[in-house]
Design a protein. Structure first.
Lengths: 234, 815
């Protein structure tokens, strides 16, 4: 379970202080799929960074299972990320000097997973997202949709407790966007916990719950299971 | 490991410009360091090849005449050996060697060598590598000859020379008893032929040489226990003084001191009279080491700073790696290892370049450099250590910077991070400081060498040649010179012939005392003297400014022709002095000095002189020294070289005539000539060599700086693309943009000038100290070097600046 309690995050630039998040409390249960929506600058990415331990809250606490990680050092946070978290980014963030396989394996390397096991797990993940035949290509040789599927494969290959997706379809056309959403949904169906930031209400409806942020605060939290299923919508 | 290397390799390929610039400059730095390292190792390993060299000492002598500077020499007195028998024991052995030039060979097949005449136990002290023969008996007979391999090949080809004969000039039939391997360069000894110290070629000369002329042999001791014991040193001192008491009159006011010099220290000890080889120059060694370290670090800086600047394009990668759970320590390790790959690859390239370019470096340092130094395991280990140190010094900055990026910041796409402007300016400032300092130094050196080349010396050196090896007995030498003169008198192209005891470039430090009539030697002043024949001043075209030149129609001018002994003079000896010697008499009007009587003392002998003429001042020694007071003494019996003034346009005829006359005057002896102007130029060989090396270093430093500036402009201007687009959209013209960008690179160069100028001023005033005649520090040296720095910086960055200035803003804003 992931639990944020009254977390705030402010940034200082010279003498000007901007508050990106204000007293946000949020609980994500295992197996849940939560989407976060809101206008530009409302604090979505900041919230996601804190959930992903890429950033620390200025105040408030963030709990992963029974650990309060909000005051952890940089080194300990790196370890938390290794153990618990997988990322999918809007701009894929694949390393172009690595092949597809090496990109997928990268997170396993940091976990000091043995070479054989790495190869097996990466192979399965690529197989699953239909990119195994591209294993020895460089990311730049792939289409956007394929690249994002590589990123998704990389996020799940470590079997993280939480997968964070920051506008995963933002750089994709609608066809490839649906493709990636399908992949994420199927992960969730198999029990993975996901938190996704998105601008698209249609993609948000893949999630079980949608949180709307405005000006650094949670406005609404809506259970999607009582509304229309996205698949019926299409 | 392999896959990691593959990834680093892909990184290198993906940014070819960065890879090219950093590897090129780092390998240049490495090449420079490797070559200077090899040079350094060689310079510091003098005598190390000789077995037990750390236990071998040379006894050196320092003679101080009353009121004069001491004259240190590498020689001691021939007769001292028996005196030292008391110190020689099982633990200590002693041996002597005397050098002299002789031609050896058979009939007309001859060659002149500086022959080493040594005691029979010479090889107990110096364990040379014997190819043939037995070191214990090689010098048993006075006629023994030990040849080096080269000399043996010269006369006997590949056959064994043992038992063959070669005559030593006309004195003795030498019998070859052994062949030794050629000595390596790293020794103070000069050995091509060794004979017995009692060989009749020099025996009489050595044994009759007494008094202060007796400083004629090099005396070596070899101890067994390393450090000579205190009692050994004391004994040496006691016995040496005993020898002096027996042989010299203390009342002459002469003080003699002895010093035991470990031969391992000879190469870097102060120059002394009798040195056969150029000494090592510790200052120059330090300078080269310093400059090559600066170039290596400057090239390393290219890597450091450009890595940080380029890090901008890698921030997302860092963010991602961190998001995937890489700790800072892990990334630090990765980026350091990556730096290691660049650095070791560069070392490898640098090493190969050093191998490739070492002949060029050899030309620059003026001698061969043994490549084996480069291949020795010690050297390779040293290089590996330097590599690791470099990873620590220049790899740490970018690694710290990259690994320290915050993941949440690094992942944002529109970053303006990477490469502080302070760092960029620092790169340019440091590199251009080194380059500008070197350029200033070179400009000053050039000016100084031009000054030396153009300064009138007071005598004419062009179209004069010196003939060596002419000395016989006093009367005999005069007769031979006169024969030669008669034979050549009517030959076309020969303009004059004379003789003297020392040539300008000999740096001979012989001076006597001169004092006005009625005073004594105690109240005297120093004056250098030359023993000349009557034609000397005419041959060198030294103008008389008062009085007359020597003229042998005067009986007084011939006073020493029959009897070459100053102590036997019955009348005043006519001499000619230089203007500088006037001060010794307190006379300012040169006409007043002519006809004055005075006293002189040379080597403890007092004699009366009369001044018959005055010449202008002469720079008879190199321009490192001031023109000193000089006295020309008509003592032709002491001539050791003949001088020939010839018509340069008829060189071939002159040489034919000279050869013909020579073979009639000195049958059985090779004609051994040197051109005076060439010899004079050689006095500045070291200075020119320094200039050549400094130029080479400067070119390297400039090249590294240009690479750095070019790389910096390529990466930083790229980063300002959007800003430039916005400025253009707001109405900035191409020229405004170019000016703004150029200023960014010129500013640090101005700071570099402020660092470089005082540095080069300080260093060059030290260097100029060694010249008595020096250029003054003109502002133009500094302005030119600064200007060169600015121009180079603008040229290096210009292409990038112009490209940016010309691009359409719509393209820039798209990015």
């Amino acid at each position: 379970m992931f639990r944020a309690e009254k977390i705030s995050r402010s940034f200082r630039s010279g003498t000007v202080e901007t508050t990106a998040l204000r007293d946000v409390s949020l609980k994500v249960n295992p197996g849940e799929f939560v989407s976060i929506m809101g206008p530009s600058g409302c604090g979505k990415s900041t919230l996601l960074n804190i959930l992903g331990t890429l950033d620390r809250p200025t105040s408030g606490d963030f709990w992963i299972k029974d650990e309060n990680v909000s005051r952890y050092s940089e080194a300990k946070l790196a370890e938390v990320r290794r153990r618990h978290i997988g990322f999918v980014f809007q701009s894929f963030n694949l390393i172009d000097q690595l092949t597809v396989r090496e990109n997928v394996e990268l997170a396993l390397r940091y976990r000091k997973t043995g070479a054989q096991e790495r190869r097996l797990k990466a192979g399965l993940a690529m197989e699953r997202f239909g990119i195994a035949h591209r294993a020895d290509h460089r990311p730049s040789q792939l289409s956007g949709g394929q690249q994002q599927r590589v990123a998704v494969a990389r996020a799940l290959v470590t079997e993280p407790d939480l997968i964070l997706a920051d506008e995963p379809t933002g750089n994709l056309d609608s066809h490839h966007g649906e493709d990636v959403m399908g992949a994420l949904k199927s992960l969730n169906d198999e029990g993975a916990t996901l938190v996704m930031v998105t601008h698209s209400p249609a993609h948000a409806s893949y999630a079980g719950r949608t949180i709307r942020l405005f000006d650094g605060e949670i406005m609404t939290s809506q259970d999607n299971s009582v509304s229309q299923s996205p698949r019926e919508e299409n | 490991m392999l896959s990691w290397l593959t990834v680093v390799w892909r990184h290198m390929l993906s940014d070819k410009l960065f890879t090219l610039i950093t590897i090129l400059s780092l390998s240049l730095g490495a090449m420079c360091a490797v070559l200077v390292g090899a040079y350094l190792q060689e310079e510091l390993s003098y005598e190390a090849w000789l077995p037990d060299s750390k236990n071998i000492y040379r006894l050196e002598t320092s003679v101080t005449q009353s009121g004069q500077n001491s004259r240190p020499t590498v020689s001691t007195f021939y007769g001292m050996k028996t005196e030292f028998d008391g110190v020689v024991s099982d633990q200590v052995s002693q041996t002597r060697v005397a050098y002299d030039f002789f031609s050896i060979g058979e009939n007309d097949d001859r060659e002149t060598y500086r022959i080493a005449f040594a005691d029979p136990n010479f090889f107990d002290v110096f364990e040379f590598n014997f190819i043939e023969g037995d070191p214990d008996t090689a010098l048993a007979d006075p006629n023994s000859l030990v040849l080096t391999e080269t000399v043996s090949k010269r006369f006997f080809g590949d056959r064994s020379p043992i038992g063959e004969t070669l005559d030593v000039w006309t004195h003795s039939d030498g019998v070859v008893t052994a062949v030794i391997a050629d000595l390596p360069r790293e020794t103070h000894l000069e050995i091509s032929v060794i004979s017995h110290i009692d060989n009749s070629a020099i025996r009489d000369g050595l044994q009759v040489r007494n008094g202060w002329n007796g400083l004629s042999v090099r005396h070596y001791f070899r101890t067994q226990d390393g450090q000579p014991s205190q009692s050994f040193e004391q004994n040496i001192e006691t016995y040496a003084q005993q020898f002096l008491d027996k042989n010299f009159d203390k009342s002459e006011g002469i003080k003699v001191e002895f010093e035991l010099m470990p031969i391992r220290n000879v190469h870097f000890s102060a120059a002394k009279s009798g040195d056969l080889k150029t000494r090592g120059n510790p200052g120059q060694l330090k300078l080269f080491t310093g400059v090559s370290i600066v170039i290596l670090l400057a090239s390393g800086l290219n890597f450091s700073i450009l890595s940080i600047v380029r890090a901008m394009s890698r921030t997302r990668e860092v963010g991602l790696r961190k998001a995937l759970g890489a700790s800072r320590a892990r990334l630090l390790k990765d980026y350091l290892a990556e730096a290691g790959v660049y650095i070791f690859l560069s070392l490898l390239v640098g090493f190969a370049a050093a191998e490739l370019f070492h002949p060029v470096f050899e030309t620059l340092v003026g001698h061969e450099l043994s490549l084996s130094t480069l291949h020795s395991p010690v050297f390779l280990i040293l290089v590996a250590f330097v590599g690791i140190a470099l990873v620590g010094v220049i790899g740490i900055l970018p690694a710290l910077y990259l690994s320290g990026l915050k993941p949440s910041v690094a992942l944002r796409s529109d970053q303006k991070i990477g490469g502080s402007t302070v760092g960029n300016s620092l790169l340019l400032t440091i590199q251009f400081s080194a380059a500008i300092a070197l350029v200033t130094a070179i400009l000053i050196m050039f000016a100084q060498i031009r000054l030396i080349d153009s300064k009138p010396l007071g005598f004419e050196a062009v179209d004069r040649l010196a003939i060596y090896g002419v000395q016989r007995g006093p009367t005999e030498t005069i007769v031979r010179l006169e024969t030669l003169r008669t034979l050549l008198n009517d030959e076309a192209g020969i303009l004059g012939i004379s003789g003297v005891n020392a040539l300008p470039d000999w740096g001979r430090d012989a001076s006597g005392l001169i004092y006005p009539e009625g005073r004594s030697a105690v109240e005297s002043a120093n004056a250098a003297y030359l023993y000349v024949d009557a034609e000397f001043l005419k041959t060198f075209e030294i103008p008389i400014i008062a009085g007359r030149d020597f003229d042998e129609t005067y009986a007084s001018d011939r006073a020493l022709k029959g009897n070459n002994d100053l102590s036997q003079l019955s009348d005043q000896l006519p001499v000619i002095i230089t203007r500088a010697a006037l001060a010794n008499f307190g006379i300012s009007d040169i006409e007043d000095i002519v006809g004055q009587s005075a006293g002189m003392q040379i080597d403890g002998v007092d004699f009366d002189i009369q001044i018959i003429g005055v010449t202008d001042d002469l720079n008879y020694k190199s321009l490192h020294y001031k023109a000193e007071p000089m006295v020309f003494i008509p003592k032709p019996g002491s001539m050791s070289v003949f001088l020939v003034h010839f018509d340069g346009s008829r060189h071939t005829e002159v040489m034919d005539a000279l050869n013909a006359a020579w073979s009639r005057t000195y049958p059985n002896q090779n004609l051994n000539i040197r051109y005076i102007d060439a010899e004079l130029a050689e006095q500045y060989d070291e200075d020119r060599q320094l200039l050549r090396l400094a130029t080479a270093f400067a070119v390297l430093a400039i090249f590294v700086a240009i690479l750095g500036a070019f790389g910096l402009s390529a990466f930083t201007i790229e980063r300002r693309k959007r800003e430039i687009g916005i400025r253009k959209a707001l109405g900035a013209k191409g020229g405004d943009i170019a000016g703004m960008l150029a200023w960014q690179f010129v500013k640090p160069i101005i700071v570099a000038c402020l660092i470089a100028w005082p540095l080069s001023w300080w260093f060059m005033s030290g260097w100029l100290q060694q010249f008595a005649y020096k250029v003054s520090f003109s502002p133009r040296f500094f302005i030119i070097s600064g200007g060169i720095g600015v121009i180079l910086a603008v040229l290096a960055t210009g292409s990038q600046i112009l490209r940016r200035a010309k691009t359409s803003p719509s393209i820039e804003l798209q990015s």
